[in-house]
Design a protein around this ligand. Structure first.
Ligand SMILES: NC(=O)C1=CN([C@@H]2O[C@H](COP(=O)(O)OP(=O)(O)OC[C@H]3O[C@@H](n4cnc5c(N)ncnc54)[C@H](O)[C@@H]3O)[C@@H](O)[C@H]2O)C=CC1
Ligand SMILES: O=C(CO)COP(=O)(O)O
Length: 344
């Protein structure tokens, strides 16, 4: 049995706490809102975030010092925009023997940092090599109901990845490991952009052909950017790549798909984000990926089209027309070419 602090009591932090509690660990679920901690402790529910009873063994905390006292593992799972603030506070309580894993998905605009890089910048007391990431096709709503789910944990420190694998794995939650932290983080962040696109396509009334095209050509963009930064192309064919892309583009649970769907139906971005009430990471990540594409001189037409819809008021239908009328080209210049280069 381990003592584990989960920082972030949104839907994903709550679902991961349930997995840990099911595995017999002592779980402290930290939230920055006192009334939410009180509500979880008294009702054993986290209304608004997850429609499910929470095991009574999970204790919610509002005081960060108390939440992380004596723990051996900290799971960071706040939205990407809160990572720096939370990790700055966390740093004072951390010693090297603690294992830190994050389960958030995003890239910071302007700095173009991944989550593990932001954690590293805010935490003087922890080595970058020891940070782990947990990612993969895993909607909180299904994990909370103990429905079969598979994820991948990655860290440059193999031992840390295995600690996290052992901590979470159970008969409903299967955990693989991977050494490619760059690919795992990029796959998890970038798929949210394509999920916005899949939602927009459905909102416009397009069918499965369009969605399959978005998933496939979206994967090509993700792999193109990811490999230009040094990720292993094979990672994008695994759970943190195509696996997460499929689930987020096709599931009604996806916040990114749902936000895209409303945009496709003609609603404006501020109105959509207000209505969602939960984090839609793809919006910030689209801004970051658009900047990344320019910096790396990578062609990302779908991402750039979604950027225009989100930030330049372009009509979704106009973007679809632009994508469909691009100069004709050969298909096999992307993932397939990267793979054949790697294995020729
Ligand atoms: N919900 C899901 O199924 C999954 C979510 N994720 C990722 O996990 C991260 C968190 O997502 P969700 O739990 O879904 O978000 P959510 O919208 O359900 O909840 C976010 C939580 O973060 C808290 N929060 C906001 N600002 C904060 C701050 N400054 N300090 C501390 N707490 C703050 C909010 O009060 C809320 O409890 C995101 O990066 C998301 O992409 C990853 C996999 C699955
Ligand atoms: O990352 C997720 C599933 O793996 C959750 O995606 P959404 O944030 O779109 O709900």
């Amino acid at each position: 049995m381990s003592k584990v602090a989960v920082l972030g009591a949104g839907s994903w932090g709550t679902a991961l706490s349930i997995v840990l509690a099911d595995n017999g660990h002592d779980v402290r679920l930290w939230t920055h809102r006192k009334e939410q901690a009180d509500m979880i402790n008294s009702s054993h529910k986290n209304e608004k975030y997850l429609e499910i009873m929470i095991p009574r063994t999970i204790k919610a905390h509002h005081d960060l010092a108390k939440a992380v006292a004596d723990v051996s593992v900290v799971v960071v799972v706040v939205p990407s925009k809160a990572i720096r603030e939370v990790c700055t506070s966390l740093d004072q309580y951390i010693t090297k023997d603690i294992t830190i894993v994050h389960a958030s998905k995003g890239i910071e605009p302007e700095s173009l940092k991944r989550i593990s890089e932001m954690i590293d910048e805010e935490m003087d007391n922890y080595a970058y090599e020891d940070i782990a990431v947990l990612s993969g096709p895993s909607h909180a709503e299904e994990v909370g109901k103990r429905q079969p789910t598979t994820v991948t944990v990655s860290s440059l420190n193999e031992q840390k990845a295995e600690i996290i694998q052992d901590l979470f794995i159970n008969e409903a939650f299967r955990v693989y490991t991977s050494p490619d932290i760059l690919g795992v983080e990029l796959g998890g962040a970038l798929k949210n952009i394509i999920a916005l696109g899949a939602g927009i396509s459905d909102g416009l009334g397009y069918g499965d052909n369009a969605k399959a095209a978005l998933i496939t050509r979206g994967l090509a963009e993700i792999a193109r950017l990811g490999t230009s930064l040094g990720a292993n192309p094979l990672t994008f064919l695994g759970l943190p790549g195509v696996g997460d892309l499929i689930v987020t583009c096709t599931s009604v649970h996806s916040r990114n798909w749902r936000a895209g769907n409303l945009l496709g139906k003609g609603r404006d971005l501020d109105e959509v984000l207000d209505q969602m009430g939960m984090v839609v990471e793809g919006v910030r990540t689209t801004k970051a990926a658009h900047q990344f594409a320019e910096k790396q001189q990578i062609e990302m037409p779908i991402t750039n089209g979604i950027y225009k819809i989100l930030f330049e008021n372009e009509k979704p239908k106009t973007v679809v027309d632009q994508l469909m009328n691009r100069t004709k080209r050969e298909e096999m210049d992307d993932l397939a070419a990267l793979l054949s280069k790697k294995y020729s």
